[in-house]
Design a binder for this molecule. Structure first.
Ligand code: DX5
Ligand code: ZN
Length: 231
């Protein structure tokens, strides 16, 4: 349950060219990203089907040292915890409302050797994770409704991030706060100011002509001194 020391950039491979997935991942890793964000969807919890275990296994095989950030958008994630960790996930995040036993699921992820994250949708209240927050490694604040890349950032996520930061401070907790959906060069600093330290970006990176330039611009925006709101 330790917080990463730097700001981390995690491209969502959902926005990559799937016909060249390995090379796309290599390109963003060479461009200096920190994590690969892998969106697993089942067509049941969300209205889309994407990728699953074989893709995680293949990425782990090709990139033995890459940090694989697996975001499960599936019903009953409890059923797939150990398989995703065994496939190579370093971090497994799931949506607590579709887990039968979210507290146990967190323990199982950690016992299997990965870090555990809880994902909360734009319409999900922070209270949902109130009794789980002491035991997790990361909160994944969804800033779009899960299911698709390329959606517009939901502004109320900023208020949720600030409230989450206040809750973590109040409890003396220091864990990673990841934001997922609609993140780009233009809003990344504002999202950081609200409390996030891990930034998922799919279309903003893979949809840009130069991955290195876009990632560089994100890092530059993150390096600009932090805005401290007056108390
Ligand atoms: C949405 C996914 C996101 C998505 C982000 O369900 O969890 O990771 O791919 O894509 P962009 O950055 O394009 O909003
Ligand atoms: Zn995601």
């Amino acid at each position: 349950m330790t917080k990463s020391s730097n700001f981390l950039i995690a491209p969502s491979i959902l926005a990559s060219d799937f016909t060249r997935l390995g090379d796309e991942c290599q390109a963003v890793l060479e461009a200096g990203v920190d994590w690969l964000h892998i969106d697993v969807m089942d067509g049941h919890y969300v209205p889309n089907i994407t990728i699953g275990l074989p893709v995680v296994q293949a990425l782990r095989k090709r990139f033995p040292n890459a940090y694989l950030d697996v975001h499960l958008m599936i019903s009953n994630p409890d059923q797939f915890i150990e398989p995703f960790v065994e496939a190579g996930a370093n971090l497994v995040s799931f949506h607590p409302e579709v887990s039968h036993h979210p507290h146990r699921a967190i323990q199982r992820i950690q016992a299997a050797g990965a870090r555990a994250g809880l994902a909360i949708n734009p319409g999900t209240a922070l209270e949902t994770i109130d009794y789980l927050i002491e035991d997790i490694d990361l909160v994944l604040v969804m800033s779009v409704n899960p299911g698709f890349g390329g959606q517009k950032f939901v502004e109320s996520s900023l208020r949720k991030l600030r409230e989450l930061q206040a809750l973590l401070d109040q409890r003396g907790l220091s864990i990673d706060v990841e934001v997922d959906g609609g993140v780009g060069v233009n809003n990344i600093a504002q999202i950081r100011d609200a409390g996030a330290n891990v930034f998922v970006a799919g279309s903003a990176i893979f949809g840009s002509p130069s991955y290195a330039e876009t990632i560089g611009a994100m890092r530059k925006a993150l390096a600009v001194s932090q805005h401290k709101p007056s108390q």
